[in-house]
Each structure stands twice: as structure tokens, then as C-alpha cells.
Design a protein around this ligand. Structure first.
Ligand SMILES: Cc1cc2nc3c(=O)[nH]c(=O)nc-3n(C[C@H](O)[C@H](O)[C@H](O)COP(=O)(O)OP(=O)(O)OC[C@H]3O[C@@H](n4cnc5c(N)ncnc54)[C@H](O)[C@@H]3O)c2cc1C
Length: 278
């Protein structure tokens, strides 16, 4: 009975085993996991889980795989502090705690049937990758698809192998840019915002979805509005310090919304007038 109650409240910690790890960059590591006991994690692109290690802590991490590939799920973790550094020390066979999934993901039902402009900055590609691969796996449900990805430098490029696959697809326009190139870099140089004016879109038909650092949003949104994309067709994922994931602790509260439960994905229209939201 207690177990049943806990699972309904979101406090229950499930154990997940690491099936595989791969290093994406010096600071980013990809973990493939599955819940112990064979249960499939039921999630939507854009949702996150609370990942824990006993005696270390717990942190929200976005699920970066697509629910269309369901046998396992993936998390891309950037080592920035106590828990994330401890996670980086783990390898296949090790076990972590998982609560969730939590939050409101990308509004897939609203996106279906429309053109998409998907924009990621830095580690924002991790949550967006879940949506990108969902779209790839259900390609006929969507119109024209453009993906723009900006990152600091070539050393920080995430998911290189997948980027090559996306670049080769004829039914997706994929462009990547770095703020600072190195001698081997042959691609675009500059902020991701600089790519937006050159993308050929029909603004009335297009939903723009972006995930990146807060500083990126204001500039990207300005470009999207200049392109004529309506405010109610701009979607973004907000990152806030959060602990419980359940709308209780209040760490992620922005005025009348809890980022963990009402978000992390929001329509721009909903949050544009909330001071401090973006
Ligand atoms: C909805 C959501 C999804 C996220 N998805 C990912 C993801 O896919 N991959 C990933 O690597 N990270 C993700 N993060 C950020 C991740 O939660 C933090 O990096 C993590 O909590 C840091 O924990 P720590 O114990 O390692 O760091 P700490 O030792 O607690 O702190 C180290 C540094 O990280 C900062 N920090 C701590 N907690 C957060 C937080 N919740 N948000 C932002 N900065 C924080 C601190 O201010 C400090 O500068 C996400 C955060 C949110 C809210």
C-alpha cells in the first residue's frame, strides 16, 4: 500500500542499471539505462527525471532519447558539481536512483502537421535530441524540418555521430555553428542566431522549439519574431534550480508557475510577461 501511494506521489525512487556509457566531450557523458525489473520508463520528449546516488544527492536531468526507442532511455550528463561528477565515475553495470518522469514536455500534438524550426544551444541539444529523434522516427507527421545547433567550439560538439546522420538526411535541414572555430573546423562560425535569417520558412506554418542557455533565448526570440513566427508558435524549455520535481519545494517557482510541473517546456506567450522568466 505504501509503495502504491509513493508511486502516485512521485516520491518513489526506482533503480535503473547503466547499460552503456560513452564520452561525448570532456565534460559530457552519455548514459544508457533501463529500469531494474523490466518496467519501461514512460515519458515524452522534453520531460526530465530526478537522478540520485545514495549519500551524494539528486539532480534533474532531461531524458535525451526518444520514446520511440523504448527499450532503454538515455541521459546526457555534464559534470558541473557534486552529483554530476559522481555520475561521471559510473560505468555499465552500476545502478542509480530515478524518480519521474516529471514535467510538461514538448507539445507534440500541436506540432504534428506543421513545419518545425528546432534550435539548440550547447547542452540544450540533449533534451532537444529527444524531440529530433521522435520527429525523425515519425517523419511523415511533420512538414518541413530545420534544425539549428550552436555550441562554443568544436570540442564541445555533442552527439557528433548523430549530427552526421542528421546532416546527411534529405528530409531535414541541419546546420551547425560554433562561436570559436579551430583550424580543422569547416563549418559555420558565429552565434546560432545568425543562422535564423537564412532559413527558408513559412512563418504561419512553423513552430519554433528551442532549448539552450537563458542568454540565447532573448536573441533567438527576437529573430523568430522578425521572421514573422507568431508568439503562440514559439516554444522553449526553461532551466531552473529545482529539487523535488513535484511543485512542493518552490525552488523553481516563477511568479505563479512551477517550472518543474508547469514546464520545463512553455509556450513563449505564457511566460513572456513573467519578470525574470527569460
Ligand atoms: C529541467 C532540467 C533539466 C536538466 N537537464 C540536464 C541534462 O540533461 N544534463 C545535464 O547535465 N544537466 C541538466 N540539468 C542541470 C542539472 O540539473 C544540474 O547541472 C545539476 O543539478 C547539478 O548538480 P550537481 O550536484 O552536480 O551540482 P552542484 O554541486 O549542486 O552545483 C554545481 C553547479 O551547478 C549549479 N546547479 C546546481 N543545480 C542546478 C540546477 N538544477 N540547474 C542549473 N544549475 C544548477 C550550481 O549553481 C553550481 O554552479 C537540468 C536541469 C533542469 C532544471
Amino acid at each position: 500500500m505504501e509503495k502504491l501511494l509513493l508511486s502516485h506521489t512521485g516520491y518513489e525512487v526506482k533503480e535503473a542499471r547503466i547499460l552503456r556509457t560513452s564520452r561525448l566531450t570532456e565534460k559530457d557523458k552519455l548514459f544508457e539505462l533501463s529500469l531494474i525489473g523490466g518496467e519501461i520508463l514512460d515519458f515524452e520528449p522534453g520531460q526530465f527525471v530526478e537522478v540520485s546516488l545514495l549519500g551524494v544527492g539528486e539532480a534533474p536531468i532531461s531524458i535525451c532519447s526518444s520514446p520511440t526507442r523504448r527499450q532503454s532511455f538515455e541521459l546526457c550528463v555534464r559534470a558541473v558539481g557534486r552529483l554530476t561528477t559522481a555520475l561521471h565515475r559510473l560505468e555499465a553495470g552500476d545502478v542509480v536512483g530515478i524518480r519521474g518522469p516529471f514535467g510538461v514536455g514538448f507539445p507534440i500534438t500541436r506540432l504534428i502537421g506543421h513545419d518545425l524550426l528546432l534550435i539548440a544551444g550547447g547542452i540544450g541539444l540533449a533534451p532537444l535530441r529527444s524531440l529530433i529523434n521522435y520527429v525523425m522516427d515519425n517523419r511523415r507527421d511533420f512538414g518541413r524540418v530545420h534544425v539549428l545547433f550552436g555550441c562554443k567550439d568544436p570540442q564541445n560538439l555533442l552527439f557528433r555521430d548523430e549530427i552526421e546522420l542528421w546532416q546527411r538526411r534529405m528530409d531535414v535541414g541541419f546546420q551547425c555553428t560554433v562561436d570559436r572555430a579551430d583550424p580543422d573546423w569547416k563549418g559555420n562560425v558565429g552565434m546560432v542566431t545568425a543562422l535564423i535569417p537564412g532559413v527558408d520558412i513559412n512563418p504561419e506554418e512553423t513552430f519554433a522549439v528551442m532549448v539552450g542557455p537563458p542568454v540565447m533565448y532573448r536573441f533567438v526570440i527576437a529573430e523568430l519574431l522578425k521572421k514573422g513566427i507568431p508568439e503562440d508558435q514559439i516554444v522553449l524549455s526553461l532551466e531552473r534550480h529545482m529539487k523535488c520535481g513535484l511543485g512542493k519545494c518552490g525552488h523553481c517557482q516563477i511568479h505563479d508557475i512551477y517550472c518543474c510541473q508547469d514546464g520545463p517546456v512553455f509556450f513563449y506567450e505564457r511566460i513572456k510577461d513573467l519578470k525574470g522568466a527569460i
